[in-house]
Design a protein around this ligand. Structure first.
Ligand SMILES: Nc1ncnc2c1ncn2[C@@H]1O[C@H](COP(=O)(O)OP(=O)(O)OP(=O)(O)O)[C@@H](O)[C@H]1O
Ligand SMILES: [Mg+2]
Length: 465
């Protein structure tokens, strides 16, 4: 029992084990010398006995010497036995220790390979999760086969001439005189909805851009309904809009989840505006840009590595965008602004994606009478209303499958064409309403009904080739 206990004690402290082994080695080294001494003594005893027989008158000196030798022999024999039994016991301990060391070594080996195994399992699960999300997302979009529409409702003063009601998470009701209709949406953002809440509901769509789909988010609505507030937002973390949140989200996703499963991404951004039917580069001193098919030629592209790049870029664009104080809005956008992030992704398997995310803040429709616009502002207003009306015409033409869709009638529709019909992409309109104004609210709701029934076909992955 004691031996076992000693063994257990020895295993507890590796230093004790080492010192025991050292002691044992020293003791083992003594054995040959003890054996040699014993052998010599035995030999001398034999010689003495023989001499005693031949010379019985041996001196008392010899007798006492022989006695001493005898005692030494006995002591040495006892000592040798003790050392031998200790050696046996220590050998047993040694064997047990060797077994234990082997066991510990196996454990260490197992532990050292465990993290690699876990990482491999984790990566595999992430890959599966990623594939499932892509598949589900595609299925949902294919089933819908149309432009998605959400609506964001601003705080409003109730106007007794009409009734506007948010009836559910997906529906609003509009009633005026004999007109009464319920309009359905992917999402209804109530007046109290915060910027993070709005972004949370659309980020799944933004993720599709990392999966290789062209994605567009378009803020639509009358002047002062909150389009710029939604897309650009205001200062302070809580009030940040979709544009800075989307870039933060893309950077975060690409550096974390997607990096784990082997994707590497590069982003660059351009920011242009359509003002009075001309296209300007908001990142390049408002340089006027020429158009080629559905793209602008030579717009400046700024690489995005982190959020600091984005903050600088957005401040630059803010300082360049055409804004004016009108009767309806102190900071009214006088242009349609298109912020585009170009995404280049490459997977370790060699697969590539090349696509873009468009975040569009349209200028708002307004009526000349109410806005009190004159001169330059009147021209702006006319151009804004014309391009928005072309946008509506194009969508209606698509809806009714007309042979001709008037894309070329405005710069805005030329630029958005690939995201509204001809190409394959995922598009979401966020319609904004300020239900203090009956006719603007009704017009916006009717436009969204057209949008929802417009089929834009199946989204396909844009590869780098
Ligand atoms: N959901 C909201 N919560 C808080 N403030 C809002 C909200 N929506 C709009 N606002 C405020 O209303 C004002 C007008 O909003 P914004 O400039 O975004 O309108 P807009 O639709 O872009 O108008 P325009 O077409 O004239 O450019 C801003 O001062 C903005 O802060
Ligand atoms: Mg605006």
């Amino acid at each position: 029992m004691n031996g076992v206990k000693n063994m257990q004690d020895n295993f507890r402290n590796p230093n004790d084990l080492v010192s025991q082994i050292e002691q044992l080695t020293k003791k083992t080294a003594v054995i040959p010398s003890l054996e040699h001494q014993l052998h010599t003594m035995k030999h001398r005893e034999k010689v003495f006995r023989r001499q005693s027989a031949i010379f019985p008158s041996a001196s008392s000196l010899d007798v006492s010497k022989a006695k001493t030798d005898n005692e030494t022999v006995s002591k040495l024999t006892v000592e040798l036995e003790r050392v031998r039994s200790e050696l046996e016991r220590t050998n047993e301990i040694n064997m047990a220790q060797k077994e234990e060391i082997k066991r510990q070594n196996r454990k260490i080996l197992d532990l050292s390979t465990k993290p690699q195994k876990l990482v491999a399992i984790f990566q595999e699960e992430m890959q599966k999760k990623d594939e499932l999300i892509r598949k589900l997302n595609d299925e949902v979009v294919d089933l819908r086969g149309q432009i998605r529409v959400a609506i964001r409702v601003r705080d409003f003063n109730k106007d007794p001439s009409f009734n506007f009601q948010i009836t559910s998470q997906n529906e609003v009701k509009f009633q005026q005189n004999n007109f009464s209709n319920v309009f359905a949406f992917e999402n209804v953002f109530q007046p109290g909805a915060s910027q993070p809440e709005v972004f949370d509901d659309i980020k799944e769509l933004i993720l599709c851009a990392l999966h290789g789909k062209n994605v567009s988010l378009i803020a639509y609505g009358p002047t002062s309904s909150g389009k710029t507030y939604t897309m650009r937002g205001e200062s302070g973390d809580e009030k940040k809009g979709v544009i800075p949140r989307a870039i933060g989200f893309l950077l975060e996703q690409s550096k974390r989840e997607l990096a784990v499963i082997g994707w590497t991404y590069n982003f660059d951004a351009s920011f242009i505006e359509v003002y009075n039917e001309e296209v300007f580069d908001l990142l390049d001193d408002k340089k006027k840009l020429e158009m080629k098919q559905t793209t602008t030629v030579g717009s400046k592209k700024i690489p995005i590595k982190d959020m600091a790049d984005v903050t600088d870029l957005l401040e630059l664009a803010d300082s360049q965008r055409s804004v004016a104080t009108t009767a309806c809005n102190q900071h009214s956008s006088r242009s349609h602004a298109i912020f585009q992030i170009n995404i280049d992704g490459v997977h370790k398997s060699g697969e590539t994606v090349k696509c873009c995310l468009n975040l569009v803040d349209l200028a708002g429709s307004e009526r000349a009478k109410e806005s009190g616009a004159q001169g330059k502002q009147f021209t702006e207003l006319t151009k804004i209303n014309q391009s928005l009306s072309t946008l509506k015409k194009c969508i209606r033409a698509q809806k009714t499958k007309m042979p001709h869709v008037p894309w070329r009638e405005s710069k805005l529709t030329i630029l958005l064409r690939d995201y509204l019909g001809a190409g394959s992409s995922k598009t979401m309109f966020i319609a904004h309403v300020n239900p203090s104004d009956a006719s603007e609210t009704k017009r916006t709701l009717e436009f969204t009904a057209d949008l929802r029934s417009t089929n834009i076909g199946k989204a396909t992955v844009q590869t780098g080739q």
